[in-house]
Design a protein around this ligand. Structure first.
Ligand SMILES: [Zn+2]
Length: 552
């Protein structure tokens, strides 16, 4: 039977991972008016081809649903790429080459501002102002480290900020010093803000340009939907409203509105107003971000039992609850009753438990709801809490790129947790086995936003940059299968974003949100999972990224 109207687009002749409920496979699909109108074998879909149909011969290239990122900071990542960007480079010489080239290409910027350097590229983790002085003697330089906990500045920046040998360190940070006490160029934690106040303010134009750049980049990786993990009124929100207002937001975005930790439940009315006033186009601010703790490497992750010291003895420090449990216990039932989703940041086992306890309080107050609370990062989960994810309907929002032996894990985390708690990290297999729903994301710009690189880590638990090196897999019993990882990056994220009726799988009636990959992801002779490249991305049937070779 021939359909009434020809399809706009047909993809044929390649494996299609539909990610429907039985995870069925097809070889062809047809799209009309932005929706999928047929999925099946080539012969069955061929009837949809008419004179006006664009036909893409896959020739073995694989199609998956467009990827979702359940926890990402695109404006921040885009700003990093607009500025002096070091995230994807390694080594002092390379950093200096990039700074020099950036300075030459941007003669009019007052400050050379950027970041992404890694501590392991410097002796003792501490960079020197003198290296930067060689490439920028006259203009101030401020470069944040990859994790944002420190900065690298030149002499000019220190002069402008008035930092000298006599400057006293602030209570929440430190200036690294040379032997005579003069500032050396490394700036730790809260001391950064003393210099940052001299940086020019980020303009609305920069925020918009950053989001547009990030969107282009994320589309090039096959990403069609995401949850922005921190939306603040004067920053990310402005960028989304501008792009969505001009109909230039091609990604489908849920915004997680930032919960101000120094305020209480009185801020909920403002969140309700912002949700109503700022939902435009493909942007929906229906989530609230609750940052429960810090990170383990500097002992600000919140733990049930104290951290150990370097000799393995218990300290008095269990981290601090960044949101008072009593405030959280009052806020969560109200947010849930108002239809807000809770998006928790929880790294330590106590932060995870306090998040689950808050959801339990909301369930007791309101009964079951469809707000789909989720906990991101989930680095350490006490075994007693694994089953509670399913019981409470809490989605596990994992960042698999961190589940590997690397220097930060081996030297700054495992020794201070001790062997038992170190084995509770990133328990993705245990969560799935306990029936938990799993979504995945990158936390870009902290880590690469490439979902394929992240899936490789979820499957192997060996860092992709360590391929071929003899580092063991990290807790290999917590590896998950590639189909489960792909589901977490497609239907899992669609579910978290309340979009599973529209996207997340390739089924008739759903939006044609698609990623075309350069090879069959499941062909294990085709190289590492993370070496796979996206060659085209479609949102609602429209190409938002396309490699020149697609039709070839
Ligand atoms: Zn984040």
């Amino acid at each position: 039977m021939t359909p009434d109207k020809p399809a706009d687009l047909v993809l044929t002749g390649g494996p299609i991972a539909t990610m429907d409920a039985v995870r069925s496979w097809a070889t062809a699909l047809a799209v009309r008016g932005g929706r999928i109108v047929a999925v099946g074998p080539d012969a069955a879909v061929a009837a949809h081809i008419g004179q006006t149909t664009r036909v893409i011969e896959l020739r073995g290239r694989m199609v998956t649903p467009g990827f979702g990122d359940a926890h990402v900071h695109p404006v921040h990542g885009g700003l990093a790429r607009l500025r002096c960007e070091l995230h994807e480079s390694r080594g002092l010489d390379t950093y200096l080459e990039i700074v020099e080239a950036y300075a030459r290409a941007n003669p009019d910027v007052a400050w050379i501002h950027g970041g992404g350097w890694s501590m392991d590229d410097f002796p003792g983790g501490v960079p020197s102002r003198r290296d930067l002085d060689r490439v920028s003697p006259d203009r101030p330089v401020f470069l944040a480290s990859r994790d944002g906990h420190s900065a690298w500045v030149n002499t000019k920046a220190l002069e402008i900020a008035g930092i000298t040998a006599r400057t006293v360190d602030p209570v929440d940070g430190r200036f690294d010093r040379e032997s005579d006490g003069s500032p050396g160029g490394g700036v730790q934690e809260g001391a950064q803000s003393i210099i940052e106040q001299f940086l020019p303010d980020t303009t609305a134009e920069e925020l918009e340009a950053a989001l547009a750049l990030a969107q282009t980049y994320l589309h090039s990786l096959g990403i069609t939907t995401w949850q922005d993990a921190i939306v603040r009124p004067e920053e990310e929100e402005r960028a989304y409203l501008a792009l969505a207002g001009r109909d230039e937001l091609t990604a489908k975005v849920v915004g997680a509105l930032w919960w101000e930790r120094d305020r209480g439940v009185e801020q909920i009315d403002e969140l309700v107003d912002r949700r109503a006033a700022t939902a435009i186009g493909r942007y929906r601010p229906t989530s609230v971000k609750l940052m429960m703790d810090g990170v383990l490497e500097n002992f600000t992750g919140t733990m049930l039992e104290p951290y150990l010291d370097a000799s393995g003895k218990a300290t008095g420090n269990r981290g601090i609850s960044m949101i008072e449990p009593s405030v959280l216990g009052a806020a969560l039932p109200r947010l849930d009753a108002l239809g807000f989703q809770a998006h928790f940041h929880a790294i330590g086992d106590r932060a995870v438990r306090e998040s689950l306890d808050a959801v339990a309080a909301a369930r007791r107050a309101n009964g079951p709801s469809d707000t789909r609370p989720h906990i991101s990062h989930i680095q350490v989960i006490h075994p007693d809490d694994i089953g509670r994810f399913r019981e409470l309907g809490v989605v596990a929002n994992a960042q698999p790129y961190w589940a590997a032996h690397e220097d930060q894990m081996d030297h700054l985390t495992i020794p201070f947790l001790g062997p038992e708690r170190a084995s509770w990290q990133y328990p993705f297999r245990s969560l799935l086995d306990a029936g938990a729903m799993l979504a995945m994301g990158s936390d870009w710009s902290v880590s690469t936003p490439d979902p394929l690189a992240e899936m490789e880590l979820a499957v192997n638990r060996v860092a992709d940059y360590d391929r071929g090196r003899p580092r063991p897999a990290f807790l290999p019993e917590q590896r998950i299968g590639l189909l489960d990882a792909l589901a977490a990056f497609t239907m899992g994220t669609a579910y978290v974003n309340h979009q599973e009726q529209d996207t997340g799988s390739i089924e008739v009636g759903k939006a044609a949100d698609l990623a075309v990959l350069d090879r069959d992801l499941f062909d294990r002779t085709a190289g590492a999972i993370g070496e796979t490249r996206c060659v085209a991305t479609f949102v609602d049937g429209v190409a938002v990224y396309e490699d020149a070779a697609l039709d070839g």
